[in-house]
Ligand binder design. Sequence first.
Ligand code: ADP
Ligand code: MG
Length: 444
Amino acid sequence: MSLLSSYWEGFIKKLGEKEDKNSVLPSLLKQAKIVSLTDNIITLSVVSQGAYDFLEKRIDKIETDFFNHSQQRIEIKFLIKAPSKKNIIPPLLSFEPSIEDVFVKSGLNKKYNFDNFAVSTTNQVAYAASQAVVKNPGSAYNPLFLYGGVGVGKTHIAQSIAKKILEADRNKRVYFCPGDNFTNELIESIREKATGRFRKKYRYLNLLIVDDIQFIAGKNAVQEEFFHTFNAIASAGGQIILTSDRPPSAIKNLEDRLHSRFLGGLTVDIQPPDFELRSAILLIKAKEKGVDIDIEAVKIIAERITDCRGLEGALLSIYAKVLGIKDKIDLEAVEMFFSQNNTEKKKRVNPSEVIKTVCSFYNIKQSHLKSPSRAASIAFYRQITMYLLEKELGLTLVEAAGILNRKDHTTALHAKQKISNLILRDPNLKKEIDIITQSLFQST
Ligand code: ADP
Ligand code: MG
């Protein structure tokens, strides 16, 4: 060790004793590494710009202090040198991420698991299949293709499988991917010329779930990439789970080779929830939210609201209404909710919206509808309008006729009877009227 370097070390030690305890200067200097020493120049390296700036400003002071300490006049230089990877000291305890962190990283939502999933006749086959996949991922059914309408629990079940597999082994590479995300991510990676990264992310997974796979249909590059992703994962023994709102055969513009891949495992449909399942789901959701609810109230809600998403929404709005008034949801609260809901609906829509909606649905002019013309083609739409005015808005027959410039209320009565009868016989007309009614009350 040269004389200068031993002087330097002595100096730093002294400085540590002399300086204020809060001063960072001694520790920064201690961390700085000697890069080179000549007779009177000492060059030190620091690891960050911040440390460099801090020390640079104090060079004069350091040189003076050093002179006072050793009677040697030296020049000090600093430079920045990032630490090389292998010099980084490993932490004493390696950090083990919590299972929740692993779930988040895998794209999973904490809402869904098998513990809060109710099984009934409408979903029991899907449930059984999902248990088989949990037990033997990659070999039981590959892919597992779950399909069914909105809100039947596809996402819930798929995420629950992923969690079970991760709980058994959190080192498994699991990824839950909404179908449109797969598309967007691929397009972006092509644009950024980073398809390599995309492939690395997807092709080495132990479990890939693509939720709502129907989104990739009709997009050639995406289907091509997904085909290879599928093959890479499956041939390495990984599991693939797909969900869709319809069976593979009903996905339009789906490549044949993908279609046959999708059918290569097990395809299961999930039916809309029956009354029992809807009741069970309501009870689960109420418990999760800490909402007290009477069983009679559960039954009424489950009877009237037939889709799962609606159940949760109704539960929340009823609860919001009784909050502060009652400590639980009872029959009275439910009754209040449904009656208010109906009157609110009826009040919101006015006659001109009905006219507008009918006209835009059938592509006719509003002025024709209100004109005195008796042409049969237009008369029919007039009757539909009067029917809706009476049925959905609760107008009297006289009012309904008046709005369409008809003086005689019997035209409205006739319209009501005719359309009511037709709806019973003609499912297409019923569908049309349903759509018009729905859009009436949906648009605000
Ligand atoms: P999908 O993906 O089929 O549209 P989701 O999985 O999003 O349906 O389910 C909609 C809502 O209904 C979610 O809040 C979900 O938790 C709930 N749900 C559906 N089926 C069940 C079930 N069998 N048990 C418990 N909750 C369910
Ligand atoms: Mg879904």
